[in-house]
Design a protein around this ligand. Structure first.
Ligand SMILES: Cc1cc2nc3c(=O)[nH]c(=O)nc-3n(C[C@H](O)[C@H](O)[C@H](O)COP(=O)(O)OP(=O)(O)OC[C@H]3O[C@@H](n4cnc5c(N)ncnc54)[C@H](O)[C@@H]3O)c2cc1C
Length: 231
């Protein structure tokens, strides 16, 4: 099959493209998936630490991500409860390393109060959003018109509180710089989880990982699609 004979050409062999292609094949369409890189998976990439499978990119699955759990079952993949023993580490803007228990924060009192205020503001905004349709919020255009970094600068005075929230939301959860996504994008993500705290809850967003590594999902999907996937 090449792109000239296909009913549909899917661009990109990440999970989204491969699932779309699988659905189209199931519906009886001729499909070709064209991937720019020399591998499938996009932001899912297996690696290895000490001979054990590990991942760069996406890896955690929440119990409520029912579509993903159904896909794992369909592909014959298993999940395991993510390992969460030990301390968390935070390197502040001055380069100082803070070691702290996962359910606490490493901030001094003033910064902690400012951090809590900012998180409460984000949680309040998220309570107003429908995570399935964040664009329907009456202020969606305005919220989408400022970056998370601009919101941090306007709303969080304390340098350490600002850096810690930036580290958690941008580095830790959105996995991209705070000036590369909007306040609406951040709020929609938090709204999906219910609250900022829930983003890091071991029994919610960070609940399970995949035996053998998350890239097995696109690898198995691509295997099933065979030569319809061109890398
Ligand atoms: C560090 C990190 C941690 C993450 N952690 C989690 C997590 O724990 N849980 C979770 O659910 N999500 C997590 N995510 C998010 C998750 O990985 C992504 O949402 C998901 O993998 C995106 O899949 P996708 O198919 O939409 O896009 P991608 O995986 O980005 O796939 C897009 C594909 O399209 C290809 N492509 C792009 N343009 C072209 C073109 N013009 N022609 C041909 N090919 C093209 C790209 O090379 C890529 O292979 C994380 C992401 C990162 C980066």
């Amino acid at each position: 099959m090449n792109e000239r004979d296909a009913d549909v050409v899917v661009i990109g062999a990440g999970v989204a493209g491969l699932v779309a292609a699988s659905d189209l094949v199931a519906a009886g369409r001729e499909v070709v998936v064209l991937e720019a890189r020399d591998r499938v998976g996009g932001r899912l990439l297996n690696t290895e630490i000490g001979g054990e499978p590990n991942e760069l990119g996406g890896q955690w699955i929440a119990p409520y991500q029912s579509e993903m759990h159904a896909l794992l079952a369909e592909l014959g993949l298993e999940s395991f409860h993510a390992y969460r023993e030990g301390d968390s580490l935070y390197i502040d803007p001055a380069g100082e390393l803070h070691r702290y228990a996962a359910d606490t924060e490493p901030l001094p009192a003033t910064a902690a109060a400012d951090y809590a205020r900012a998180v409460a503001k984000l949680d309040a905004l998220c309570a107003e959003l429908d995570p399935e349709a964040p664009w329907e919020h009456p202020l969606a255009t305005e919220l989408d018109g400022i970056t998370f970094e601009q919101w941090l600068a306007a709303e969080v005075d304390d340098t350490l509180a600002r850096d810690f929230l930036r580290s958690n939301m941008a580095g830790g959860y959105m996995t991209k710089p705070a000036d590369s996504f909007s306040l609406l994008g951040a709020a929609a993500t938090v709204a999906g989880a219910g609250s900022v705290a829930n983003l890091f809850e071991p029994d919610l967003c960070l609940h399970s990982r995949i035996v053998g590594g998350s890239q097995l999902i696109p690898l198995r999907l691509a295997e099933r699609l065979g030569d319809r996937v061109v890398v």
